[in-house]
Design a protein around this ligand. Structure first.
Ligand SMILES: [Zn+2]
Ligand SMILES: [Zn+2]
Length: 290
């Protein structure tokens, strides 16, 4: 509903151990209004189909949870830009199964990492990612709500997606055929070289994003501080306020009108010790209590 304040959509990456519905039970216990999860083992190629019993448990847990937006994160083995035919085929198959699980659970978003140029040819990798995404078009009919979201990366190793230009290239070449947007991971963009430590720096980075990608394509955020410095190209998450980014950046995110409505998930370490507090801090920022 436009103009209606639904409150902050904040949560974290919840554990689906023992069944996907457990992620929602965990989310509720932490006071979350958004949740991210792996719908199957993120370190294995073989993914399980979601059974009818699991859907029923999921729906019951969802209704009870207060969680308004749910995001899936794709598995770590998937590389939609692989130059090795066999790996590309396996990746596309695993991604299709992921889309099917997300649709079975009626999820809002499927967050995924663009890919890795293992042949050190990023241009070829980006084109292969576009081809992969276009091949998924038949899975999206008008009556489903799932949207893919491309996650910004730190640019570690040969991963692509660490520049706004990379993201724009992928998006522009497929968003007319497949529902797709962007997820900004604060740790990743900072490690990739985009400064967000002060309101001024955030503003400059967002304007650059708007010019190159378009803010209307921004759908989600991952809120993580960064253990490593600006432009380090190293992907190491840290608890909010305990890394190189600092807590002010997260206050900006929760209060800036361009970002405050977006669903945001923490992927910070020390889950048991910190997540409940971090969610509360983010909510307090949203309501200007700090
Ligand atoms: Zn990720
Ligand atoms: Zn992330």
């Amino acid at each position: 509903m436009k103009g209606h304040d639904q409150g902050p959509l904040v949560g974290c990456h919840n554990s689906a151990q023992g069944g996907v519905h457990n992620a929602l039970i965990e989310a509720k216990s932490l006071g979350a209004t958004a949740s991210q999860l792996f719908t199957s083992n993120q370190k294995q190629w073989r993914g399980k189909k979601i059974s009818r019993e699991e859907v029923a448990k999921w729906e019951e847990a969802k209704a009870d949870s207060g969680v308004q937006v749910v995001i899936s994160h794709d598995g770590y083995l998937i590389n939609l830009g692989s130059h090795v035919d066999e790996l590309l085929e396996k990746s596309r198959k695993a991604f299709i199964e992921e889309i099917e699980r997300c649709q079975a659970l009626d999820l809002d978003f499927l967050n995924f990492h663009p890919g890795t140029a293992t042949d050190k040819n990023p241009e070829r990798c980006l084109d292969t990612i576009v081809d992969s995404l276009l091949s998924f078009a038949p899975l999206f009919d008008k009556n489903q709500k799932l949207k893919l979201v491309l996650e910004t990366t730190a640019g570690q190793g040969n991963t692509v997606g660490h520049t706004f230009e990379h993201l724009a290239y992928i998006l522009q070449n497929c968003h007319h055929k497949v529902p797709i947007g962007i997820c900004i991971d604060t740790c990743h963009i900072f490690a990739a070289g985009y400064d967000i430590r002060t309101p001024h720096a955030w503003d400059k980075t967002l304007k650059e994003f708007d010019e190159i990608v378009g803010l209307k394509h921004l759908d989600c955020m991952h809120l993580n501080d960064s253990l490593k410095g600006l432009a380090s190209r190293v992907d190491r998450h840290s608890c909010l306020g305990y890394g190189e980014i600092g807590i002010e950046a997260f206050k900006f995110v929760m209060q800036d009108k361009r970002l405050k409505h977006l669903p945001k998930c923490l992927e910070t370490p020390e889950k048991e010790a910190r997540w409940e507090d971090e969610i509360q801090i983010l909510k307090d920022f949203y309501y200007h209590k700090h």
